[in-house]
Design a protein around this ligand. Structure first.
Ligand code: C5P
Length: 223
């Protein structure tokens, strides 16, 4: 079974989807990490970020491997580097490149065909897994998303104001919603869940109910 979870940055997706996968006994696929990995390798090799062909070559040739939260690129643990602010700032060109997306979506489908997965990203319910049995679109108000992000940054020793984070979020939303391919969009059959004012545990419990209802209704469906 595939549970596709999409939504904007800061809606609490990554924490919640990891916990949901754990609760369900499913594996977890962090598709953002794939775009981050290609961006990191491009930056390290000084590949021009407007060269879609070379970016696609990276997507084709790097060996990506996930073990829990650890992301291996060509056998090396690069989990920390892929989250560096420089990577986040430069990811747009990589995520906009059609050929990169084709490779990464194909890889996502190959990985997810090996078992039950919770797949998290921007285009999971629309492009990667339009046939997913369960689709969820996580949202939150801008202010909540910014507060969440500011708290995460504080934990790693970076003090930023909520207003500064909101302006970053505006840029990321614009990029995610306006890219030519794989843009952030709610699938028609996705269930929207707003995470404002809810604890991680509450959201996980709500999502687990949605998935269990879906499992129950598909096992009751006439053959
Ligand atoms: O989820 P995360 O913040 O790690 O994603 C990083 C960036 O990768 C997003 O801002 C988005 O531009 C891109 N992305 C994407 N499609 C996905 C997952 C992430 O374009 N399925």
């Amino acid at each position: 079974m595939i549970v596709a979870i999409d939504g904007p940055a800061g809606a609490g997706k990554s924490t919640v989807t990891r916990k949901l996968a754990e609760r369900l006994g499913f594996m977890f696929l962090d598709t953002g990490a794939m775009y981050r990995a290609v961006t990191l390798v491009a930056l390290e090799n000084e590949i021009p970020l407007d060269d879609d062909r070379q970016l696609a070559d990276i997507a084709k040739t790097i060996e990506l491997h996930f073990e829990g939260d650890t992301v291996f690129i060509d056998g090396q643990d690069r989990s920390e580097e892929i989250r560096l602010p420089e990577v986040t700032r430069k990811i747009k060109s990589v995520a906009d490149a059609v050929a990169v997306r084709e490779h990464l979506v194909a890889l996502q489908r190959r990985i997810a065909s090996t078992g039950d997965f919770v797949c998290e990203g921007r285009d999971q319910g629309t492009v990667a897994f339009p046939q997913a049995e369960c689709k969820i679109f996580l949202t939150a108000s801008k202010r909540f998303r910014a507060i969440r992000r500011a708290l995460q940054l504080k934990e790693v020793g970076k003090d930023v104001t909520v207003e500064e984070v909101i302006s970053d979020i505006n840029v990321r939303d614009y990029n995610d919603e306006n890219r030519p391919v794989g843009r952030l969009m709610k699938a028609d059959d996705a269930i929207e869940v707003n995470t404002d004012n809810k604890s991680v545990e509450d959201v996980v419990a709500e999502l687990e109910r949605i998935v269990q209802d879906r499992i129950a209704s598909s096992s009751n469906a006439p053959a």
